[in-house]
Write a protein that binds this ligand. Structure first.
Ligand code: PLP
Length: 423
């Protein structure tokens, strides 16, 4: 089995704890919420992870989303090997960046022009700066529980940290930034209308995870996204779809393709890097032309658009274009969902398994999950028990009740049977 190898040794955890805040950062954070210790992975191939102590696990985390083709896909590996040259779009254009832009524009009709960067965070930061620069307004609406990366102005009430570790996400964020961020409940049209009425002519933009993936997976009520579109257009505010998690995962054209909504700006990340760090922000040409050097809104990055990362991303997107795996992934995840539901019901456990395409979550609650508050009603202790039973049986699920789980094209029916029989 070809493997991406990490050195594994007994003192790896000790070294990590000495050198890296929190040990190994976010995995530790998530694992704390289920009362377990994270493991090191020494090899990853397809849907399988091999831990440092040689345990094989079926992976339903997929690197928190990017690994839609499974791990270590030969087409992506070969593309990186062939692109072995150093470069950047910052001053020296390269053809890979153009090809990447063409692929993104092909699948996202709302995107006429696109700028590459190095992460989802940079993409959302740029989108917010563009919204403020274009409208000459300051305030941004975001929704409780939606996560848009670790930039100061968006970290307010992001949900993830508060849920998993008891930290306010916004510690260290300047108060002025927090004041310019209006946090509303997700999936609540009246709250949105009230916020626009209370801040006339002041709201630059609304940023939303169109299907929320960061407090577990939440699909908003029918009509909610259309309402966001109509209200922002009426008030001259930009609508930003943060499709860092959903873009190329639920459909080639993301949630906007599924729902038929045209946002002004879209942010992308995760899958588009093919495993390397890539983000992108795109949208209407007249908005995107406000970016430097043609416009006044600054954005740049030393390694943005570098050939290695672009080559990996192009290979990943081309595979999705050729294979169009979405119906198959939806069917597979749907089978897993049904099996989880019937196992839980047979045991009398309350359960919700929101699922669309290859994204799903397991909430132990009897009420539908519509927003952060109803996600928090999930029985986290029950989830922790479930998580550990899965791990014991060789199935690695999202290590927190409030994380979304993912399937990759490397998953097979046999994996689902193993995962669904445990509870
Ligand atoms: N936006 C969404 C919806 C995300 O899920 C994430 C990361 O999980 C980000 C933005 C930030 O992306 P990155 O971690 O690449 O900076």
């Amino acid at each position: 089995m070809p493997a991406i190898c990490q050195p594994a040794s007994d003192d790896l955890f000790a070294r990590a704890r000495r050198l890296i805040p929190g040990g190994v950062n976010s995995p530790v954070r998530a694992f704390r919420s289920v009362g377990g210790a994270p493991f090191f992975v020494k090899a990853a191939y397809g849907a399988t992870l091999t831990t440092a102590d040689d345990t094989e696990l079926i992976d339903f985390v997929c690197t928190w989303g990017p690994a839609i083709h499974g791990h270590n896909h030969p087409a992506i590996r070969d593309a990186i090997a062939l692109a072995l040259e150093h470069g950047t779009s910052f001053g020296i254009p390269n053809p890979y960046e153009v090809e990447m832009a063409e692929l993104i524009v092909k699948f996202f009709p709302s995107i006429e022009k696109v700028r590459m960067c190095n992460s989802g965070t940079e993409a959302t930061m740029t989108a917010i700066r563009l919204a403020r620069g274009c409208t000459r307004r300051d305030k941004i609406i975001k929704f409780a529980g939606c996560y848009h990366g670790h930039s100061d102005s968006l970290l307010v009430s992001a949900g993830s940290g508060a849920l998993t570790h008891g930290h306010p996400d916004s510690a260290g964020v300047p108060a002025a930034f927090a004041r310019e961020t209006i946090v509303l409940p997700y999936n609540d049209t009246a709250a949105l209308d009230d916020a626009f009425a209370a801040n006339p002519g002041q709201i630059a933009g609304v940023i939303v995870e169109p299907y929320c993936g960061n407090v577990g997976f939440i699909i908003p009520d029918p009509g909610y996204l259309a309402h966001l579109r109509a209200v922002t257009a009426r008030h001259g505010a930009l609508l930003i779809f943060d499709e860092v998690m959903t873009g190329f995962r639920l459909a080639r054209g993301g949630v906007q393709e599924l729902e038929g909504i045209t946002p002004d700006l879209t942010t992308l990340g995760k899958i588009i890097g093919g495993g390397l760090p890539v983000g992108a922000v795109g949208g209407r040409a007249d908005i995107m032309d406000q970016l430097a050097p043609d416009g006044p809104v600054y954005q740049a990055g030393t390694l943005s658009g570098n050939p290695l990362a672009m080559a990996a991303g192009i290979a990943a997107l081309k595979l999705l274009d050729e294979e169009n795996p979405y119906a198959r992934l939806d069917a597979l995840a749907g089978q897993l969902r049904s099996a989880l539901l019937s196992t839980a019901r047979a045991k009398g456990l309350p359960i919700q398994v929101p699922q669309r395409g290859s994204m799903f979550s397991v909430f132990f609650t009897d009420k539908p999950v519509r927003d952060l508050a109803s996600a928090l009603a999930s029985d986290a202790a029950r989830y922790a028990k479930f998580f550990h039973a899965c791990l014991h049986a060789g199935v690695y699920l999202a290590p927190s009740a409030y994380e979304t789980a993912f399937l990759s094209t490397a998953h097979e029916g046999v994996h689902l049977t193993r995962a669904s029989e445990i509870m």
